[in-house]
Design a protein around this ligand. Sequence first.
Ligand code: FDA
Length: 532
Amino acid sequence: MQISGSLFPFLLFLAFILISGASSAHNKNDFLECLNLQFQKSNSESDSIYTPQNVSYSSVLQSSIRNLRPASNSGQRPFVIITPEHESQIQAAIYCSKKHGIQLKVRSGGHDYEGLSYISETPFVIVDMRNLRSISIDTEKNTAWVQTGATLGELYYTIAEKSKTLAFTAGVCPTVGVGGHFSGGGYGMMSRKHGIAADHIIDAKLIDANGQIHDRESMGEDLFWAIRGGGGTSFGIVVAFKVKLIVIPETVTVFNVTRTLDQNATQIVHRWQYVADKIDENLLLRLFLRSINSSNGKRTIGAFFTSLYLGPVDDLLPIMQEKFPELGLVKEDCTEMPWIESTLFFAGFQGESPDVLLNRTQVSMSYFKGKSDYVKQPIPEYGLESIWKFLNQEDVNRAELQFSPYGGIIDDISESEIPFPHRSGNIFMIHYGVGWSQEENAESRRHINWIRRLYNFMARYVSKSPRAAYFNYRDLDIGMNNIKGNTSYRQASVWGFKYFNNNFRRLVHIKNKVDPTNFFRNEQSVPPVSVW
Ligand code: FDA
């Protein structure tokens, strides 16, 4: 039979698809066979392996997903989810992934903004750490070992069970996972006084690309440096972190004061920028900005000053009176409480039992897009007014800006102490967020365009060369690796210097030493230097 010239390339293409499809199915089967064998060898139960044929597969996959946007864009679902109960099962997953050329993803709390712990463009498996979440507290030495499958809520709850004056400095949302959060930094309401989560890591248990288990001593100081803020995924699977706990007063004070444009919100927000990073470091004045309906039904901007003071209200009021009288804070705005109750207050569970911190699925899923920036010079009032116009372009309460103050101890730590580089010179970090519901998902493009336009507009007011960004507010718009081909250093530099500044070079060097074949990878993993 003669094949016409125009048909030939098409048939060749078809043959390629069929062959690569068959070989990918072949790899998947080989992977599963390998995994079962390895599990048998280590006497492991195979009920921690879920394939799409398993009735629980979908619920296990969905349970920790917080952002539906990435999942709705991606065609690929993992062909296996492994929920290890001990380290040998992680070693088995690494061994079989390597042997059969399958991408492996690790998920702790599933809160990655771009879904990189549970989606992929290529066939992949997930190691989900949910069952490795034990926490042990040493109240004599003020330390804790926490497995990475634990959530922040579980960690806070367990510390408070043991002590009224010990705590940990990390993020606000209780369902965020320790694994991703500590690996990328971990900013929270005590960060001006106590720094970020990664500043307090004193040891770790990590499984490398060869399946070897390390502690701080055996991994060496370079790798130990890299995993404290250099971002999840790139260097291995962290099974547990050992952290230094912080000492706090038995009583802290919280308040949430709102000012609208009629109540001089623009001037107060403007003034806040001269105060927030310099005020007493026991005080963290976080600011949320949204377009809202005012009491007369008209649109206005709500500036929500959501704050924590590490001490009693009578100490707080004179500080506010002296440094930030423009806010007009009065005693009635404030509530004293133990630290653990403050974690409920900031997570929106005020008045509920601390048990709610143990609920791993309490936050409803939504579609959202987030981005971040760092501000080194106050934004002028006319700049703030332009931001209000942007916020008013979206529906009421749909979009939000968070201004998170820096200063305090953050200024005292050197930029290269750990990979998280955002230290002295930053007044505050901006988090931009926009969310929408399932019914509105057809409109997602409009919201994403909105946040990108705002981000472009903000370039004039934020850090430059590099325009810095916070790794834990992952944003693929700022650059990504070509995951299907070689991960190029040149491509990775585009996002790498934004997240890590000059620390990026050291991260690449360490990656080259510990994972030269780039086994642990994703769209924003650190590349080994040899791959250009
Ligand atoms: P997830 O499991 O998705 O992992 C994130 C990344 O780390 C992925 O690349 C994953 O592969 C990798 N990873 C996970 N576990 C690992 C392990 N054991 N070893 C190696 N790599 C691992 N941030 C902040 O600083 N302060 C805050 O207050 C908040 N609040 C907040 C609220 C909400 C609702 C969301 C969705 C997010 C935040 N964040 C935040 C951001 C959060 O810190 C960030 O998304 C973390 O990476 C989430 O960690 P998870 O383990 O939950 O994510």
